[in-house]
Design a binder for this molecule. Sequence first.
Ligand SMILES: [Zn+2]
Length: 207
Amino acid sequence: MIDTGYEGGFDKSVRKFKAAGLSFTDVKFIFLTHAHDDHAGFLNELAQNTDAPIILHKDGVKRLKAGQNSFDGEFPTKTAFIFGKIMALAGKGEHRFPPVDLYERYLIFENNEQYLKRSGIDAQIIRLPGHTSDSMGLLLCDGKLLCGDAAMYGFPSTGRQTIWIEDKSEFFKSWDTMIKLNPVKIYPSHGRPFAASDLEKYIKSSR
Ligand SMILES: [Zn+2]
């Protein structure tokens, strides 16, 4: 299972699993693309209902423990800025989530650990920092890249940029990484899938 969703979303997730004929005991790994409120909101409940280890980047450990998004960084575009301000006015600007401290369940990714391949899952963990320092994605054996929030396609994104970027230089280096991987398609956590050539199209004007 890749990420969770916002706090309070666990019951909906249970219904979706049931509808798909799955149970949480089928989850072999929980892969966390990064420790943000909309990706780790019900990680505690999920962890309580499965024995699956949690794969996360080492920088995610303290972020999960804090239970709040980091405010280092910036809104990269005007649209993102306005969207962020509206969220704040609606009382959703603190980006808190229930703190997670499940160290004994973690499989820490730092460089090139092959947690999935060792278990027979043909997927490669890809470091994609920039949106956050702990961001990572998954390259599947069929060439699909699940990029988390390293890019996004849909409102309020402009030119495939995510609405928050901690480190702009790292963010676009991660785009270089994704372009080099030459995935058949990129699946962001937010919005529709898109071609890797989109990143090539936008990278020069955005960098
Ligand atoms: Zn995020």
